[in-house]
Design a protein around this ligand. Sequence first.
Ligand SMILES: [Zn+2]
Length: 421
Amino acid sequence: MPLRLIRPILLGVLTLAFAVAGCRVSQTPADPAVRAQRIHDRFLSIDTHCDTPHNLARSDWKAGEAHDAATRGGGQVDLPRMKRGRLDAEFFAAFVGQGQRTPEGYAKARQAALNQIEAVKTMCREYPNLVGLALTPDDALRLKREGRLIAFISMENGYPIGKDLSLIGDFHELGVRMMTLVHTRDNDICDSSTDQQDPEDAGLSAFGAEVVRACNRAGIIVDVSHASDESFYDVLRETAAPVVASHSCARAVCDNPRNLSDDMLRVLAKNGGVIQICFLSSYVKATPPNPDREQALQDLRKTFGSFRDIRDEATRIKVREAFEAVNRKYPETRATLKDLVDHIDHVRKVVGIDHVGIGTDFDGGGGVIGCNDAGEMFHVTEELLRRGYGEDEIAKIWSGNTLRVFRDVIKVARRLRADAS
Ligand SMILES: [Zn+2]
């Protein structure tokens, strides 16, 4: 071919090559942090479990102010940090620890749950430009479009309903859209995965089965985190709608009774449900004991007493510096963000991408090195990108799967109510 013909072709090819390269640079920047933040701007992100309402109920703590997770009492979730971490939505759990199963105990628990539900609503009223209460998936998507953060309300522990099934409808009326059936000890509904006092696993009670059906009718997502293995299988047999494990990990990766075995994952996937990977270090990775660090921290406590009780700022600074020195000398053996994403990898491998999400347990013990508060949430996406996850997979993990369950739960509730009338 003559040169005068080759030259324009060559030029054309080169121009096209540069155009493609240029395009790639603008669409997928090399920096995973930038890519991650762009993904978060486009897709809704949901954390299905935090225990922040106990902070919301405090008089000396404001959800609209940014706090520091390293400061005692600062907590891990507030509205400015949700913004910074590109976390759109939280399920704020009204958590009540298991107490006496007596009329007095139930009444006290009910009041504690009501106070926390009210605290979430008060936050929404105090910061209407920053956050709104969501009762449905569509509410959440609308708030995202409006540039506002999203507050869902859940309940951790079914203990506050006592023996009164009608309260499930009442709590739904108040805005509760997810219920963790049990906490660390057995209750009237079912047995817990961690009740040491009664090692026998009786699973779901007859009353518990009614609770599951009542949640199905009301349109409340049933949450099996904290439930014992028997309870898990019983709930999965009983429920008419998909369920979630709002904050649990994979037992094959970290052997802990709070985590789900591969068989449980398969049963959950068959139900259409989702496991929301929890950030609580001992569920993520069994770390070796660190006696030197423990000793150094104990010495600190002996010298200065409880940090919470120190009033003068100079001593506080001194203690913080001493604490940081311990951290440098004997680094903490907490699980890392990479360990956490190993659980996502595992669930994807065993049951596929449609059954995994995120449930941090921030302000309830959650937090790993690399993602220790709401302000660091998009780091999870960075790690997923590094491992080659596609954007649609990341969108499913952050909200697609959870919203699918939520929509199914609402659909089933409508059908059950229509069948009953
Ligand atoms: Zn929990």
